[in-house]
Design a protein around this ligand. Structure first.
Ligand SMILES: *[C@@H]1O[C@H](CO)[C@@H](O)[C@H](O)[C@H]1NC(C)=O
Ligand SMILES: *[C@@H]1O[C@H](CO)[C@@H](O)[C@H](O)[C@H]1NC(C)=O
Length: 647
């Protein structure tokens, strides 16, 4: 293929002369294997504010001053004083809880008119929409008893200081122990941008000289399915659109912790928010742990996805591996974690889950032991052995997924499942659509737990020169992934699940690009790769139908599945080449409908959906003629899903 210069003109001319790229494909009428119902799903970890400031609905950043050092530069992250108040983060002498030792110390000066207090700027802004009711709460106490009785105004304000909605709450100076105040604010105006603030003020005259401590301040918009402490509606809805069948969590590297003590621990993430200390996440920011294990599991149910849950495996990213004879308590913690998900009331974690309102066990089939343990493969040998034996003994019904390179090193007991990751170029993905075809059928199954085309330059996949690194997925990268995914579908006798990564990333506050879905405080941007995931997930079959194999070194890739419940045949085609492909399908089915639909994603190969042009590339549906023999033209650099009846 000529790949010099992706101009419109070259593409068009190649398209006209390149009917060389014509192929005839025979399609069997007999399935070769069933397709696992878990095939397409999502991988999630808190990176690029995908959890705090993203999917998790909390609008206030640094809401409880978790893990910050009083007086340090980041202690007041996202907070600011309003109209001359003095604010600082202090280590409380009588904290709200042992988990939350810090508080915001507010001194109202004398001689100020109007509202005096403090504000939070959210996660790079707060989206405010007229007619929406925001619910929130905070704790306060007066460190020294005072005769003050009065009200505080709680409001949402635009960048110019105009009030977008407010309410008042009563505060008493006699309150020297912590009291929690709840409120709701109905917005009466939609500002022009996201630079809005959450503000609490007291009247400068009547509150002059007062000192008040505040803690655990929270504000939520309406959440997905109106869950308390739930998910941000627009992001959650975009993910739900895909219809994923699994949700891998909580990492990813964010499972591991920089140190052993910083690892993700399930029991620090459940129960009342004031009992959650938060943790130093692995992607450079503090995790509130407000999005905890119970929230993840409810979200899985709301999404109709089953969890693929990881347990910590005795390795911290800073390089520490726990010695084999020290693993006992950590393995017990992972047994407790699994019992929180599926244990009955004979287990303490099972009773805890029931007390939170979910007596029934959650669905759980797959548990991943660690994450990317090829980083410490020399110790995973004994860590895998110790964890896998203990966990299989405790939960014989569950499948445990290993995370080193396949059979390298050889692990005992032999893993029945491996998680395989790949970040590569669009070209690599197209050229590796036969990645799994040569794998031994020896009872081992594979989870393609992270994959994405992230750069067009093979030399900068994980670092400088970074000249090809993508900010947003492109048409070309999405087509490469789709080519690879046709191979996953063909090999779904041994590939049981696959997920693009990372799933979510804030557009300006991120540690990684590209992401499947980008967002800011008020918008969601669906990428070209997002639409590929959606096309594959929404057009699943339950049977794989063999067809003439594509050339592994070619540029056009396809897979054929059948959806028994609707009697439909679904053909997915990725044309990664720079010219259209003319494909003639000869079907062995007796009855084939004379028409069907084509869903097509295509565009300028290097183009992306961006905040400036979020809907530039979307799948277009049209009617096509089909039959026992029919021809379909797949545009240059395109992903196509053909659907029609066949029996
Ligand atoms: C979580 O459980 C571990 C033991 O598995 C314990 O050491 C730790 O203190 C607990 N953390 C919290 C916050 O309860
Ligand atoms: C496709 O076919 C359906 C059913 O035959 C028809 O209702 C629809 O209008 C057609 N759509 C287009 C875009 O031609």
């Amino acid at each position: 293929m000529i790949k010099t210069g992706w101009s419109f003109y070259t593409g068009a001319i190649l398209g006209l002369v390149a009917l060389v790229n014509a192929q005839t494909i025979s399609v069997s009428s007999t399935a070769s294997h069933p397709i696992p119902t878990t095939l397409w799903g999502f991988m999630f970890e808190d990176i690029s504010h995908s959890g705090d400031g993203g999917l998790y609905g909390e609008l206030l950043q640094n809401r409880a001053f978790q893990l910050v050092t009083p007086g340090s530069g980041n202690a007041l992250n996202s907070w600011s004083a309003v109209n001359g108040a003095t604010i600082s983060v202090i280590r409380e002498s009588t904290p709200i809880s042992t988990a939350l030792p810090n508080a915001l110390h507010v001194v109202i000066p004398t001689g100020r008119n109007g509202g005096v207090g403090f504000a939070n700027a959210g996660f790079s802004g707060i989206a405010v929409t007229s007619g929406t009711t925001y619910t929130g709460s905070f704790f306060y106490r007066f460190p020294a008893s005072s005769g003050f009785r009065g009200s505080a105004t709680v409001s949402l304000q635009s960048s110019s200081g105009s009030t977008l909605g407010d309410t008042t709450v009563s505060l008493s100076g006699a309150q020297t122990s912590w009291a929690q105040v709840s409120f709701s604010i109905r917005a009466n105006s939609t500002p022009g941008d996201l630079n809005n603030r959450f503000v609490i003020t007291l009247d400068g005259g009547s509150a002059a000289g007062q000192t008040i401590n505040f803690g655990l301040l929270s504000l939520f918009p309406p959440t997905f399915r109106n869950r308390q402490n739930g998910m941000r509606n627009d992001i959650a809805s975009a993910l739900a659109e895909v219809g994923p069948s699994f949700w891998r969590f909580p990492g990813g590297n964010n499972l591991e912790g920089g140190t052993v003590d910083q690892r993700w621990q399930w029991n620090a993430t459940v129960g009342p928010l004031q009992n959650r200390a938060g943790r130093q996440g692995d992607w450079g920011y503090i995790n509130t742990d407000g999005l905890g294990l119970f929230e993840y599991l409810l979200w899985c149910e709301d999404l109709g996805a089953e969890p693929i849950m990881a347990v910590w495996s005795g390795f911290a990213l800073g390089g520490t591996s726990v010695a084999q004879n020290q693993l006992g308590p950590f393995i017990q913690q992972s047994i407790d974690q699994i019992n929180f998900v599926i244990g009955d009331d004979s287990t303490e974690p099972g009773r805890l889950r029931a007390s939170l309102g979910h007596p029934d066990p959650f669905k759980l089939t797959y548990v991943e032991i660690g994450n990317e343990d090829f980083f410490a493969a020399n110790t995973y040998t004994f860590r895998w052995t110790t964890y896998a034996n203990a966990l299989k003994n405790a939960f014989p019904q569950l499948h445990f997924i290993a995370t080193t390179n396949v059979n390298s090193p050889v692990l005992t007991p032999k893993p029945t499942e491996y998680d395989v990751h790949v970040y590569q170029t669009p070209t690599w993905f197209a050229q590796n659509s036969f990645f799994y075809d040569g794998f031994a059928r020896d009872g081992t199954h594979y989870f393609e737990g992270e994959y994405a085309a992230i750069s067009t330059n093979p030399n900068d996949i994980f670092g400088p020169p970074s000249d090809g690194r993508l900010i947003f997925p492109t048409v070309e990268s999405a087509a490469g992934e789709a080519a690879f995914m046709t191979g996953l579908e063909r090999n779904s006798d041994i590939v049981f699940a696959a997920s693009y990564a990372p799933l979510l990333g804030h557009v300006t506050n991120n540690q990684w690009t590209p992401n499947l879905v980008a967002f800011d405080a008020g918008n969601v941007y669906r990428s070209t790769s997002f639409y590929v995931q959606k096309l594959f997930s929404q057009n699943r079959g339950d049977q794989y139908i063999p067809s003439t194999l594509p050339s592994s070194t070619g540029t056009v890739f396809w897979s054929v599945v059948r959806k028994t419940s609707t009697g439909q045949l679904i053909i997915k085609i990725s044309n990664t080449g720079s010219s259209a492909a003319r494909l003639t399908f000869n079907l062995a089915f007796n009855n084939v409908a004379t028409s069907g639909t084509a869903q097509v994603l295509t565009g300028v190969p290097t183009s992306s959906n961006t905040p400036q042009n979020p809907n530039l590339i979307t799948p277009q549906t049209s009617n096509i003629s089909t039959g026992k023999s029919f021809t379909y033209n797949a545009p240059a650099v395109s992903v196509n899903v053909l659907t029609f009846g066949a029996s």
